[in-house]
Ligand binder design. Sequence first.
Ligand code: Q0N
Length: 287
Amino acid sequence: MPDTAVHVGSGKVRELFTLDDDRLLLVASDRISTFDVVLPTEIPDKGRVLTGLSAFWFARTEEIVPNHLLALRSDGRSTECRRLEMLPIECVVRGYLSGSGWKDYRATGAVCGHPLPDGLTESAELPTPIFTPSTKATTGHDQNIDRDQALELVDGELYDAAERASIALYRFAAAAARERGIIIADTKFEFGTDDQGTLVLADEALTPDSSRFWPADEYAPGGPQASFDKQFARDYCESIGWDKTYPGPELPDDVVAGTRARYVEAFERLTGIEFDAYCAEPDVVLR
Ligand code: Q0N
């Protein structure tokens, strides 16, 4: 990180710095959260895996929608990006019924104003992917909203463009991932606009932290699915009877190693690139 960078914000596992008037630096840490709590143990290289995967998708989806990526740094975990005006909604696409989508469907038969067929089970594939935006609640969880609620926050044309881009991005990535044995059940995008008012994809995209990745060979609708990346950590946390409130438990070495291996496996399966090659020269994911 350059010594001129000013810290402008942090998420649970990422940090954002200002480089200059037009550019930001997004840095992915090795921190991991489970059950919404950041654990005290890091997963070595997790930030590199997520940064490389996101850049891989950015490079392959430019024709669907432009994105904020300007350059990858040689540390493999830092992305120089264009500074945008961010939309105040999270753009979620669901291809399968899980998480809050499943809860809303069970309660109302619909998700974010999309009526769905009767009789769907938990984790069922939807007839067609649906756009289910949410707002960042000031405290706690994101709040699912319908189109009319979103239109109080975002201009209609921009909303429609974000919906179309989100669905197209999800279809592209879900089809590619499915061929490599990974189901992308749902995913969250963040968009901004540039100074021309053009919609631009931002943040990190199509990573296991912004999506639900499921191993396709274990897919069994009718209940919750194992997470491709976090299942070892979750299973361990459950096995010791942790109450899922702060602070979380330290992870033992074998759980750390198993979790790291799953992140690296997701990277290699999805990109077809060896993770060591990425670490040696991050730009390999952009070609
Ligand atoms: C921005 N967030 C929310 C990192 C992730 N290109 C951009 N231009 C202006 N603002 C942002 C971006 C991006 N990406 C995105 N906040 C500001 C997600 N952050 C939270 C902090 O950690």
